[in-house]
Ligand binder design. Sequence first.
Ligand code: AP5
Ligand code: MG
Ligand code: ZN
Length: 206
Amino acid sequence: MKLILLGAPGSGKGTQANLIAEKYNLPHISTGDIFRENIKNETPLGVKVKAVMNTGDLCPDDLTIEMVKDRLSKDDCKNGYMLDGFPRNLTQAKALDEFATPDVVIDIDVELAKIEHRLVGRRSCPKCAGSFHIDFIGDRQNCPICGEKLIIRKDDNVETVKERLSVYKSQTAPLIDYYKNKNKLRVVNGDQSIDKVFCEIKKVLG
Ligand code: AP5
Ligand code: MG
Ligand code: ZN
């Protein structure tokens, strides 16, 4: 199965991707996670994208497309994969069509007014990519899954979240129609509990 997860920042792509990866045994390819790993390790790619990621804008298309193309060529993607955070604009979607065709695109639909609260209260695990919210874990400092110290992402502040939402509206939201026109799109309601969202996704994936 070749799956794309669409959705605004904070819609729950990462949260659902972790559940989907486990149940369907699919490699979870998050372009945001790959960029963050490169920034942490101070690689040449990390150095190039650090500043732009911290502002909430998109990293350059050529770098991003090349990175995904390379990742999808790996052995573990032969039987399918799940893309989280890619494509994010029409240029990327058209480029992806040249080297890989998705079977299904799931849009996790959340009212944009709820996003700021979700992101500003998020705590992320740098080790297992777990994503949590202070509403649920309180002031817990360590990952409930693997025990690693939780972090607050550099782009999870009010100002950067506003910029990420504006980028989403102008550049990523048009992909909803792009995939609708290709008959690939399935929309799930992301404004319900994590379990219920996952149930809807399981119905889509069968
Ligand atoms: P990326 O890492 O992809 O971030 P994003 O798209 O902004 O999405 P998030 O990871 O913030 O949210 P999510 O949907 O995964 O939500 P989560 O499950 O964590 O990208 C970051 C940056 O990298 C970009 O800004 C850009 O600079 C660069 N980048 C990445 N891909 C790129 C590309 N293709 N091209 C160019 N640049 C790229 O959940 C969020 C919060 O909500 C958590 O606190 C969680 O606990 C909570 N939550 C989840 N589900 C629910 C629920 N059902 N109910 C209540 N709370 C919930
Ligand atoms: Mg994410
Ligand atoms: Zn963890």
